[in-house]
Design a protein around this ligand. Structure first.
Ligand code: NAD
Length: 437
């Protein structure tokens, strides 16, 4: 029987019964499960890449590097360190309890739910799953219905690797999420938009279920006076137009010092032509917008300001050119919501303090990118603005490190994962004081 034939309620109680057998708590069981998943992903690689091409027109190279490779990396890193992470940790005990030993025991929560979005539909489903399994939980994965080919292949891969009482995928539309969220899970890991994050948290509150929310928002990029403009343009173009801008940590908008605006625009133009071709609309490997609703939403932004670069689109192919907009201010429609497409609005500044005040007035961003070699400016920005994480003189790369916990703050989310943090996120830390030893 596949998970599709079970209701959410049946699946959760099946997994709960299995969790109570204690099998998932055994370290060899978890290690074997992670190895099985690794082999499964390798076996399915061609099919996963084909599904990413069908759903988003991701090239094989982009699909491999931004989805499969990251999950395999998480698996390898976890397999290398799991024994150490899972071991109880002895911590000092007060001298007033001389016969006492204090230990922190990581233990699995139990039955977990992972809800995934469509923009990196493989990576953002399977990376959290690595954390859930490594910590000894069972897991139900709800892939995004907006990328149906990846959803289907993910469900097949999971069914081939695991019995459904341990790990199962439940495909479906919003109703499926709603049905799942009615159940009592022991942990919920959600990646998606801020409005749906609120729905998830409300549902979790009913059962007091702890939750990680990996959400989105408007991530600023600030290019200061002294930035290396060529490298800055390379990094901005890579970060913004990867997956046609449908990346949660993509630079959402650009703030550039007035004095370097002209030169930066020229560098960005050269870089787009170099990386994506002179005519991006006929580049067979440029990803398309996920669906017509998002295409239409983005097309309205193309009416904002003036396109200095790009600005064309083809609805039949859901394609939008990499676009740099000027003539934008903080009140423009494009500045009122996360863009999530290949459109980069640019505003100039002369006083950095003014800009920082504007950013701080708004919801805390998921990421912030700063381009400057000036240490004082770096300190000022870091100490003034709260955001999930980010880079100086780079974009996106903070999220590819196993050593850097990845997550948002405020409206861009709560909790974090990647590397050891994934294991910690999916573990309860049971504090024990043992006397008489
Ligand atoms: P979404 O919130 O629309 O959907 C995410 C998941 O939630 C899907 O599986 C969907 O089926 C489900 N869902 C949708 N509506 C629901 C509802 N009313 N009740 C219950 N479940 C529901 O997000 P999306 O459009 O798939 O993804 C885009 C958003 O995700 C952007 O805001 C982006 O910034 C954010 N995102 C964040 C990260 C991160 O790591 N922080 C990563 C990728 C995407």
């Amino acid at each position: 029987m596949t998970s599709a034939t079970l209701s959410a309620q049946e699946l959760v109680s099946l997994q709960r019964r299995f969790f109570r057998t204690g099998q998932t708590k055994s370290l060899p069981y978890r290690i074997e499960a992670l190895k099985r998943l690794r082999r499964g992903i390798e076996d399915y690689q061609t099919r996963i890449l084909a599904a990413l091409r069908a759903d988003l027109n991701k090239s094989e190279a982009e699909g491999f590097h931004t989805e499969i490779r990251l999950v395999l990396g998480e698996l390898d890193y976890t397999l290398e360190h799991l024994e150490e992470w899972a071991a109880p940790r002895v911590v000092p005990t007060s001298s007033q309890i001389p016969d006492g030993v204090s230990r922190i025991h990581p233990e699995p929560y139990g039955v977990t739910l992972v809800i995934a979005p469509w923009n990196y539909p493989f990576q953002l489903a399977f990376s959290p799953l690595v954390g859930a399994i490594s910590a000894g939980n069972t897991a139900v994965l709800k892939p995004s219905e907006l990328t149906p080919n990846v959803s289907k292949i993910s469900a097949q891969l999971i069914a081939e690797c695991f019995p459904q009482e341990f790990v199962a995928a439940m495909e479906g539309e919003v109703e499926t999420s709603t049905e799942l969220l009615r159940e009592k899970f022991d942990y919920i890991f959600f990646t998606g938009s801020t409005p749906v994050g609120k729905v998830v948290m409300r549902a979790a509150a009913e059962h007091l279920t702890p939750t990680t929310l990996e959400l989105g928002g408007k991530s600023p990029s600030i290019v200061h006076l002294d930035a290396d403009l060529k490298k800055t343009a390379q990094s901005l173009v890579r970060g913004k137009f990867l997956n046609a801008g449908q990346t949660c940590v993509a630079p959402d908008y650009l703030l550039v010092h007035e004095d370097v605006r002209e030169a930066l625009v020229q560098e960005i133009k050269l870089e787009i032509a170099d990386k994506h071709g002179e005519d991006v609309l006929s580049n067979p490997d440029f990803p398309h917008i996920v669906n017509e609703r998002n295409f239409d939403r983005l097309s309205r932004f193309l009416q904002d300001g003036k396109a200095l670069i790009g600005g064309r689109s083809v609805r039949e192919q859901l394609l939008i050119e990499p676009t740099l907009l000027e003539g934008i201010d903080w009140e423009s429609p494009v500045m009122q919501e996360e863009i999530f497409g290949p459109i980069l609005p640019m505003m100039t500044y002369t006083d950095l303090d003014d800009v920082l005040e504007k950013i701080v007035d708004r919801p805390k961003p998921l990421a912030l990118y700063l381009f400057t070699r000036d240490q004082e400016v770096q300190n000022l920005v870091l100490n003034t603005v709260s955001f999930g994480g980010g880079c100086v003189n780079e974009t996106l790369l903070h999220m590819s490190s196993h050593e850097l916990p990845f997550g948002g703050v405020g409206e861009s989310g709560m909790g974090s994962y990647h590397g050891r943090q994934s294991f910690e996120t999916f573990s309860h830390h049971k504090s024990m004081l043992v006397r008489g030893v």
